[in-house]
Ligand binder design. Structure first.
Ligand code: FEO
Length: 169
C-alpha cells in the first residue's frame, strides 16, 4: 500500500472516532435541553461513527498494515440554540465527505483499486449522512418555533434505532 494512502486511512480512524465523540456531545446538549429524542438521534449517530472507525481499522488490519491510534480531540463547540447544533452537524459531515474524497483521490493516483472499492461504500454513506443532516435542519426550521410541533419532532427522533453498517469486512 502506498504510504500516503496508508497514512490517510489511519488518520481516518481518528476522524471517525472524533465524529462519534462530537455527536455524543451533541446528544449531551439535547439531554440538557430536555429533548431526549434529539439526544437519541445523535447517540445513534455516534454509534454509526464508531462503526465507521472500526471499518477503517479492520480494512488496514486485513491489508496487513500498521494501525496507530492517536488521541481523540475534545469536542469544543459551544451552542446558543438547537439550530446551531444541527448546522454544526451538517458542516461536520461536509468536512468528513471532503476527507473521504481526499483518500479516494490519493488511492486513485496510485491505482489502488482495492482501497477505492472499499471507499465506495463511504462515498455513498456520506451522501446519505449529508441528506440526513439537511433533512433535520429543514424539519427544525418548519416545526422548531412551535412547542407542540417541537415535541412531536422530538418524539419522531426518539424512534430512530441503531442498525449495523451494511458493509462487512
Ligand atoms: Fe463517518 Fe458521519 O461520517
Amino acid at each position: 500500500m502506498n504510504a500516503k494512502v496508508h497514512e490517510l486511512l489511519n488518520q481516518q480512524i481518528n476522524k471517525e472516532f472524533y465524529s462519534a465523540y462530537l455527536y455524543l456531545d451533541f446528544a449531551n446538549y439535547f439531554e440538557e435541553a430536555g429533548l431526549d429524542g434529539f439526544a437519541n438521534w445523535y447517540k445513534i449517530q455516534a454509534q454509526e461513527e464508531r462503526d465507521h472507525a472500526l471499518l477503517f481499522y479492520q480494512y488496514l488490519q486485513n491489508e496487513n498494515r500498521k494501525v496507530t491510534l492517536e488521541a481523540i480531540a475534545k469536542p469544543d463547540k459551544v451552542f446558543t440554540c438547537h439550530m446551531d447544533v444541527l448546522q454544526a452537524g451538517l458542516e461536520h459531515e461536509k468536512y468528513v465527505t471532503s476527507l473521504i474524497h481526499d483518500i479516494y483521490g490519493a488511492a486513485y493516483e496510485v491505482r489502488d483499486f482495492r482501497t477505492m472499492q472499499f471507499l465506495d461504500w463511504f462515498v455513498k454513506e456520506q451522501g446519505e449522512e449529508e441528506t440526513n443532516a439537511n433533512d433535520l435542519i429543514t424539519k427544525l426550521e418548519l416545526f422548531g418555533s412551535d412547542p407542540k410541533s417541537l415535541y412531536m419532532l422530538n418524539q419522531e427522533l426518539a424512534a430512530r434505532v441503531y442498525t449495523a453498517p451494511s458493509l462487512v469486512l
